[in-house]
Design a protein around this ligand. Structure first.
Ligand code: FES
Ligand SMILES: [Fe+2]
Length: 361
């Protein structure tokens, strides 16, 4: 249902501390906390004893204590104490998930632990570049599949309609759409450059433009569902330019809900706090417009489950991304089957060994 062999954002770095935090990622309930040394830890939030949620417990050193009967688990998921007994069976241990702090966010690896490579965390270097203002991080909880938001970001033709009063452009542009879609391996790039256009209402405010602009939007999509958008507007009459990097990370919570992270960076008037507040508020309005439509889509999908989408010409990038996702899902399923078969073989070998040893009993 979800691609697992990827890094997903679990929280902002500041959200995780010495008080356990519960969060569901890819349908898996996690408890997040920091060790005494400050390293982020992510464990299954389900106690192996009676399935109590560990985020209701407390930390004792680097171990989390279940609130129900006091079993303790270290930051690697090993059960290290069961009150009233000395033996700790293997089934007492719980899953641990690799967790890494990067770009002021905590990322968790939801796939096979041995395959976790921090180098695969999406690169967003402008989030740590002093030439960019990277103060804006938005979080939204959305009642729709994360796939609807990743589709939304591969389909920026909607900006002319859904965002008409914020960052939209004249829908007449789409009649001779300058959209260029490029697919390179697992990456999809959509570029739309519109010259000599009236700036969008919000863009006017950010750049103080009185005249027309050239507008550039380049969006780079990578699996499982991430889009980095370069968005620039340049005045045609010498009134300057505004340029942004807008990073979208729709993250699956369940198959019908998502965590939606939007990081906004800009490279102009970077010390202007009033402008930061204004851009943050405007981006909240933009996100609310997207959230409203994808939640409404999800309701229609639930009411008409047999219906399929009917792609149109501007969906070329979206269709390419869907093919990539399907290919990756097949590869993950095949790897799971191989692991399951290997585990079954090793189980039957150890059972045979037990049978050979049995006559001694
Ligand atoms: S449910 Fe956690 S110790 Fe009993
Ligand atoms: Fe949008």
């Amino acid at each position: 249902m979800f691609l697992k062999n990827h890094w997903y954002i679990a929280a902002r770095a500041g959200e995780i501390g010495r008080a356990p935090l519960g969060r569901v990622i890819c349908g898996v309930p996690l408890v997040l906390f920091r060790t005494e040394a400050g390293a982020p830890a992510a464990l299954s939030n389900v106690c192996s004893h009676r399935r109590a949620p560990l985020d209701k417990g407390k930390l004792a050193g680097d171990a989390i204590v279940c609130p129900y009967h006091g079993m303790r688990f270290d930051a690697g998921g090993r059960c290290v104490r069961i009150p009233g007994q000395e033996t700790i069976p293997a089934e007492a241990h719980i899953d641990a998930f690799p967790a890494v702090e990067r770009w002021d966010l905590v990322w968790v690896w939801m796939g096979a632990p041995g395959a976790a490579d921090p180098a695969a965390i999406p690169a967003r270097p402008w989030r740590a570049d002093p030439a960019w203002n990277a103060e804006s991080t938005h979080y939204y909880h959305v009642k729709a599949s994360h796939l609807l938001m990743t589709d939304n970001l591969l389909d920026l033709g909607h900006v002319a309609y859904i965002h008409a009063d914020t960052i939209g452009f004249d829908a007449a542009v789409l009649e001779k759409d300058p959209l260029v879609t490029e697919v390179d391996g697992e990456r999809v790039r959509n570029t739309r450059i519109v010259e000599n256009i009236e700036p969008a209402p919000a863009v006017k405010g950010w750049g103080g433009f009185t005249g027309r602009v050239d507008r550039v939007s380049i969006s780079d999509w990578t699996p499982p569902c991430y889009t980095a958008i370069q968005f620039a507007n340049r005045s045609r009459s010498g009134e300057g330019a505004v340029e942004f990097r807008i990073d979208h990370f729709p993250t699956p919570e369940t198959d019908r809900t998502m965590h939606y992270w939007v990081l906004v960076s800009r490279n102009f008037r970077i010390g202007d706090a009033e402008l930061t507040r204004r851009i943050h508020a405007d981006n909240d309005r933009v996100a609310a417009q997207d959230i409203d439509i994808v939640e409404a889509q999800q309701r229609m999908i639930d009411l008409a489950p047999g219906r399929r989408d009917m792609p149109i010409r501007q969906d070329k990038g979206l269709v390419a991304a869907h093919r990539i996702l399907a290919r990756l899902a097949r590869a993950e399923a095949a790897a799971r089957r191989t692991r399951a078969a290997a585990a079954a073989r090793s189980l039957s070998r150890s059972a045979a060994g037990t049978r050979r040893a049995a006559p001694r009993r």
